[in-house]
Design a protein around this ligand. Structure first.
Ligand code: PMT
Length: 221
């Protein structure tokens, strides 16, 4: 049931943005507030799980009975995830990990001089893909997809490519869905197609629904 569907299960949740420095005072990042991931951590703990929350820089309180690990860069999030991965039963990747970071990180603050400044970016590690590669058969891997077009096509391609069992797709160009808001609008897919579409609802409510769906999957329902 909703109260104890994850009793005794170890659940890893990533949340928030990653922040990729350019120099001591500047960085590249995104608008993730951490609300979706923190709501999932709270709901999973309420469902009886032993929850580890790996978060980028956000200004949210840690939910009760949740172990929180703070990270900044994508590389740090990858390391933190790989450190705890083997012991997990469920992995939920709600974080918005930077896809690129500045190739050169300057030790001193860049001075203003030329009219144009070119910053070269290089790819970060794809944490989800690394999890997908290492995933044990008993582990349930749930990813997110933030898309602005062709949501189903892109989300299902990500699920396949990254070895996920479920993917939660949000169209982040729709008002009330995605980054920063208290609400979200999502559709969940598995390898066979659409599992469930949720109407616009509070991330806290949606988190409970997603945790109960995950509990059902874990118990072979
Ligand atoms: O934090 P909020 O303000 O509440 O906003 C919630 C959210 C919009 C951030 C969340 O609902 C969400 O969609 N999170 C995933 C955002 C994202 O990065 O999506 P993506 O389509 O770029 O990536 C797909 C998946 O791969 C994600 O599970 C992501 O964690 C993972 N990924 C992506 C890039 C990368 N280098 N490593 C990854 O692990």
């Amino acid at each position: 049931d909703g109260q104890s569907c994850l009793a005794g299960k170890k659940v890893l949740i990533t949340a928030g943005p990653t922040v990729e420095p350019l120099d001591p005072v500047r960085f590249f990042s995104n608008h993730s507030s951490g609300k979706m991931g923190f709501a999932l951590a709270e709901a999973a703990a309420l469902a009886g799980a032993d929850v580890t929350l790996i978060s980028g820089p956000v200004s949210l309180p840690t939910p009760p009975r949740v172990r929180r690990i703070d990270v900044v860069r994508a590389e740090e999030m990858l390391q933190a995830v790989l450190d705890v991965l083997p012991e997990m039963d469920v992995i939920i990747k709600a974080a918005a990990v930077a896809d690129y970071r500045p190739k050169q990180v300057f030790d001193q603050k860049l001075k203003k001089s030329q009219d144009e400044l070119t910053v070269v970016l290089e790819k970060t590690a794809d944490i989800a893909q690394e999890v997908g590669k290492r995933k044990a058969p008993h582990q349930l891997f749930v990813g997110f997809a933030a898309e602005t077009e062709e949501v189903e096509t892109y989300a299902r391609a990500k699920l396949e490519r990254k070895g996920m069992d479920l993917i939660v797709a949000n169209n982040v160009s729709v008002p009330g869905a995605g980054f920063g808001t208290d609400t979200n609008i999502v559709t969940v897919y598995d390898r066979n197609g659409r599992v469930k579409t949720f109407p616009k609802m509070l991330k806290k409510m949606l988190a409970k629904e997603l945790i109960s769906l995950i509990g059902d999957r874990l118990h072979g329902k």
